[in-house]
Write a protein that binds this ligand. Structure first.
Ligand code: FES
Ligand code: ZN
Ligand code: ZN
Length: 302
């Protein structure tokens, strides 16, 4: 297996591009993919102040590295969710340390928001009390707190580390249920709204999960390799498994599914957006009188 560019020994093969790359040219390829996604979807404007949600996993750390190499100034925010672990592996602590090490080695700014200190509960506590799947309370808390952190810091855009597999799995899950409202909201750029939603961008959508992992390994980036111990009940994992089987048989299927939707179909769902109002309790945008996070907070205090 030879590198497409230099014909040296390849370290990774990417079937959907029908290409293999040596470490150096794979790194170049990954950076170009992010650059292309940013340009094609007009994600970032010159002078934008950017805040990246970092989890300590491969995607967000690879993205932070790539954006820095592309010359963007990006600050990071890590949410301490209070997720413990299996045996001695304290998931949240370990993940936070990977982010701190990454940021301090490169002189980057990292803000830590501790869910327990700031809001008085952890994700395991919220999941137990509400009897909801952990990922559902985790997802809604992350969306809320990241938006708030970006508003507080007066950032222009919130950068998220969702990759091709994540986005294809979300789309698949929503298509199988015909959740048209959610389908209409799926885009690599979600515009800011006047009522307090920060613009959200996803520059990793052209890179698959194994490629961000390979990027970290080949570029000496240490990341949390363990899966979140609370992942049970996450339907996205099933979708990913099915899409991986499909991809095995038809390389490029995930990319065609997601980008076919984005380029040819997404406009038709864009009108399915619900009207937003302001949460009477916190002032963040919501579809009801009180936003889902404030309702969760109230429930956790009762
Ligand atoms: Fe969903 Fe951790 S809470 S993966
Ligand atoms: Zn090469
Ligand atoms: Zn609220």
């Amino acid at each position: 297996m030879k590198c497409r560019v230099c014909k040296g020994k390849a370290a990774i093969k990417i079937r959907r591009h029908n290409a293999a790359f040596c470490p150096e040219h794979f790194t170049e390829h990954a950076i170009r993919q992010v650059e292309k996604a940013i340009k094609d979807f007009d994600m970032i404007k010159p002078g934008d102040r950017l805040l990246l949600g970092v989890s300590g996993g491969k995607d967000s750390l690879a993205l932070w590295d790539i954006l820095t190499k592309l010359g963007y100034g990006v600050d990071g925010v890590y949410l301490e969710l209070g997720i413990g672990g299996v045996d001695d592996h304290a998931y949240s602590d370990v993940s936070r340390r990977y982010c701190e090490t990454f940021a301090s080695n490169r002189g980057l700014k990292l803000e830590i928001v501790d869910l327990s200190t700031r809001y008085g509960f952890t994700i395991p506590e919220a999941a137990t009390q509400t009897k909801r799947v952990p990922c559902s309370v985790c997802g809604l808390s992350k969306r809320y707190i990241l938006n708030q952190a970006a508003l507080d810091g007066k950032y222009d855009a919130l950068v998220m580390g969702h990759n091709l597999d994540d986005e294809a799995a979300t789309l698949m899950g929503n298509v199988l249920q015909w959740n048209t409202e959610y389908i209409g909201r799926q885009h690599p750029v979600l515009s800011a709204s006047k009522d307090g939603l920060i613009r959200k961008v996803k520059p990793l959508i052209r890179l698959a999960e194994r490629e961000t992992a390979a990027y970290c390994v080949l570029n000496g980036i240490d990341y949390e390799v363990e899966e979140c111990p609370m992942v049970e009940g996450n339907t996205g994992i099933k979708m990913k498994e099915w899409l991986n089987e499909l991809e095995d048989r038809a390389p490029g299927a995930k990319h065609r599914f997601l980008f076919g939707y984005l380029e040819r179909v997404s406009d038709r769902f864009a009108t399915e957006q619900p009207e937003l109002t302001i949460c009477q309790s916190c002032g963040q945008p919501t579809t009801g009188a009180t936003c889902a996070f404030c309702r969760l907070e109230i429930r956790m205090k009762s």
